[in-house]
Design a binder for this molecule. Sequence first.
Ligand SMILES: NC(=O)c1ccc[n+]([C@@H]2O[C@H](COP(=O)([O-])OP(=O)(O)OC[C@H]3O[C@@H](n4cnc5c(N)ncnc54)[C@H](O)[C@@H]3O)[C@@H](O)[C@H]2O)c1
Length: 327
Amino acid sequence: MTRLLLLTDSDVGRLVGSAESVDVVERAFADFGLGRTDMPPKVYLDFPLQRGDLRVMPAAVGDRFAGVKLINSHELNPSRGLPAVVGTYVLFSQETGIPLCLMAATTLTALRTGAASGVAVRHLARPGSSTLGLIGAGAQAPYQFRAVAGELPIAETIVWAPDSDAERRDSFIQAMSQAHPKVAFRAGSLQEAAAADVLCTTTPSRSQLFPAGSVRPGAHINAVGADGPGKQELDPALLRGARIVVDEIHQAVHGGEVNVAISQGLMQEGDIAGTLAGVINGSLPGRTSDSQITIFDSTGLAIQDIAVAILAYERALENGTGSTIDL
Ligand SMILES: NC(=O)c1ccc[n+]([C@@H]2O[C@H](COP(=O)([O-])OP(=O)(O)OC[C@H]3O[C@@H](n4cnc5c(N)ncnc54)[C@H](O)[C@@H]3O)[C@@H](O)[C@H]2O)c1
């Protein structure tokens, strides 16, 4: 009999915390940089008429597990009352090739995406950074906050979302204020949010959201929203003046924050300083001055997914969480 463990999004959310996601994702990036992981390029199926896509993301780490994430990004879903990003993860045994666990991948994705930003601020932000600008108040935003606030002494968080989404922004601020009473959360203009010490941009925008001059010297930006061709949140002038670290060069050039500026000839691939793995492993200097603006161009890697998926799976076995089906 081959029994498959099933985990829901709420199971994954109960099993794995933000701080430990940052630690396992940091190790995954380090292993990736040392060539100890197997991660073929992400495959995209684009549905331009639906303003969405489907991605297939395989990876293997260590000698026990391999996995594949199947996940979408559909920017019109929130207006239908559906999440923009929904998916599933299948974890396999390398030894037998048999699937071990099928888990919902919406929470997994938000956890591992927040975790990459946590790793980035650990290595690139100024240590005393105390204000956070959240640009976008959707599904990724709370996970970005938790991962960043786990690394830095964040005292104030300014949240921006388009006016059309003011209701969701306000309920986000209310929920976050209750969960984190020591942090002052407030709504602010784009310029106010962009002037924080650390920014996390998590919108599906296809044009720059604020001018380069809104960002203060010494800021760190986690550019998370642009994860497909044509997506863009930042002013190319900001990219040209900053130290840019990406998760993976080809993926970033294809669909990361840099994709539009590079395709329009406003910057070159050579303007990218290098990868987060390089900074973690010490082959690439991180921030080189207190006044430098650093940008982490996050596109989302399959090694992040498998790192958090293994943690969720092993915890579930320990705790007896989830149900099983016989394949
Ligand atoms: N880098 C990664 O690893 C990674 C992982 C997950 C999601 N993403 C991307 O992050 C983005 C946000 O994902 P989410 O799940 O939080 O989505 P969401 O729909 O839950 O939230 C999006 C937020 O952006 C705002 N918004 C929508 N359209 C906008 C526009 N044109 N301009 C400015 N703001 C706009 C919404 O009001 C909302 O506040 C998507 O582009 C998604 O593909 C990236």
